[in-house]
Design a protein around this ligand. Structure first.
Ligand code: GLN
Length: 486
């Protein structure tokens, strides 16, 4: 049996000790993709030849000192990588090739990571189940009848099945944390501006964030310290120092001295699955037994979160999608006049959720409705942000559920967009407030992975990674995943 390194640290140790070559490691993951991905549908395209060449080059140099030297990974199919297609899960961009590297792809290459390919996403990252991808269906590796979550469903499902050691996802309203939760892996939504968005196809520019999905908190921290930081190409990335996140995760430390908040309105949310709620309450107790002080906090504006979020993101999306007019990017319908070119291109090559975004967004931004909808929602967003800032003046972090229900059946919610939107009730506030959140698995409920998110103050990723790491060790979900997925 081939020995599969299950974490970045394990792989790094083996590579440095020359117990395995970078090429052998790359080939292990390539064979797993070849063996398992026909059932899962996570990869939209692969670049195995290039991966092997890069691995061989590393082996020849013998130098594995770069932080991610030889570590195989994937990019969500909205992150530009020169020479590879950047489809955004859309028919519109099915044949579009990225002309340059996104900053995140460039820094990962400089850190020695080996790219295996691109992974599936809901179209233009709009969705919560990956079913909005116009290109292929991705399944949850724990139960093939279930969705993997979305929109970074390809990232989460592939990492759960060890088809790479980390993946880069995006989170606009939960798209890293929710699929990570449905697939039993770790996902980090960084603070707005912590990681450069340059070269990533946008959904809603004032909400989008880029982050890792990986097997463990330590893997997540190792990737974050490489990709975080100021980038001249993205004016929203401040020059705030990047911590050595992974070395801050002391093994065996407890949580004494930490004050962790529990949001009353989340626990009382309508439609919160009874067993998941019980599991969440057990985790709160677990945090307490690890030494944390638990404080109940009230964030009454939570009830406005979903409408505020969807009003604003669809407005931003409608402006971002305006460029897909059949002239500059992607496909063009065959027509005889310019007006038809715009309308036919959009109606032929964009899917239903994206069209909904254009209609909702254009409506709320139009004269006469702008003040009543967009401006009002923008004001509520500020109030929500302030509510979180106030909360973080009294607690170090917040523990919260990630989803109100476990991974659902494929097809179950596709005809009911509102039911799909409600899946995001616990995740969207972090994006409205610009704070960071770490989603991690704890146990199995309904025979599927369940977990929590730890929310932290903006630019305090170190805090939530530390708390997450202690909690992760106390649960040992990693062993369950290794046993079932390898
Ligand atoms: N499901 C949410 C939406 O469609 C979140 C998507 C995301 O985070 N990219 O807006």
């Amino acid at each position: 049996m081939t020995l599969i390194p299950k974490t970045i640290a394990e792989a790094k140790k083996m590579l440095e000790a020359k117990q395995i070559s970078a090429l052998e490691l790359t080939n292990i993951f390539i064979s797993r993709i070849e063996k398992f991905d026909s059932d899962l549908g996570t990869y939209t395209q692969t670049c195995f030849d290039e991966a092997r060449i890069a691995a061989k080059k590393l082996d020849e140099s013998g130098d594995f000192s770069a932080p991610l030297a030889g570590i195989p990974y994937s990019l969500k199919d909205v992150v530009s990588k020169k020479g590879l297609k950047n489809t955004a899960g859309s028919k519109m961009l099915e044949h579009y090739e990225a002309p340059y590297d996104a900053t995140v792809a460039e820094v990962l290459e400089n850190a020695g990571a080996i790219l295996l390919g691109k992974v599936n996403t809901d179209e233009f990252t709009q969705g919560s189940s990956c079913e909005n991808s116009a290109l292929q269906l991705t399944r949850n590796p724990w139960n093939l009848d279930k969705v993997p979550g979305g929109s970074s469903g390809g990232s989460a499902a592939s990492i759960a099945k060890y088809l790479g050691l980390f993946s880069i996802g995006t989170d606009t309203g939960g798209s890293i944390r929710q699929p990570a939760n449905f697939c039993g892996v770790t996902g980090l939504k960084v603070s707005y501006g912590r990681v450069s968005r340059s070269g990533i196809i946008s959904y809603a520019s004032s909400f989008d964030s880029i982050g890792p999905i990986a097997p463990t908190v330590d893997c997540t921290a190792r990737v974050l310290e490489v990709i975080a930081g100021n980038d001249k190409k993205d004016a929203t990335t401040p020059e705030i120092a990047v911590d050595a996140y992974s070395s801050l995760l002391e093994t065996g430390a407890d949580l004494s001295g930490k004050k962790i908040g529990v949001i009353k309105e989340f626990v009382e949310a309508e439609g919160f699955d009874v067993e998941l709620k019980q599991s969440f309450e057990n985790t709160v107790q677990q945090l307490e037994s690890l030494g944390a002080e638990i404080v109940e906090i009230s964030l009454p504006l939570t009830r406005y979160a979903i409408p505020t979020y969807y009003l604003l993101v669809k407005a931003e999306a409608s402006t971002n999608l305006a460029r897909y007019d059949g002239i500059r990017f992607g496909e063009t319908a065959t027509v005889s006049n310019l007006k038809d070119q715009y309308t036919k291109t959009r109606s032929e090559f964009l899917g239903p959720e994206v069209k909904r975004a254009i209609m909702m967004g254009t409506y709320t931004l139009s004269a006469g409705y702008f003040d009543a909808y967009y401006v009002k929602a923008a004001k509520v967003r500020t109030l929500i942000k302030e509510e979180y800032e106030k909360a973080f003046a009294t607690v170090d972090a917040i523990v919260a559920p990630v989803t109100p229900f476990p991974a659902f059946n494929i097809g179950e919610k596709t005809s009911d967009p509102l039911a799909m939107y409600l899946a995001d009730i616990f995740t969207v506030t972090a994006n409205l407030a610009g704070i960071c959140g770490l989603s991690l698995p704890t146990e199995k409920v309904h025979d599927l992975p369940a977990g929590v998110q730890i929310l932290g103050k903006a630019f305090n990723e170190a805090e939530i990674l530390q708390i997450g790491s202690v909690l992760e060790k106390s649960y040992g979900f990693t062993e369950i995943r290794e046993k079932e997925m390898i």
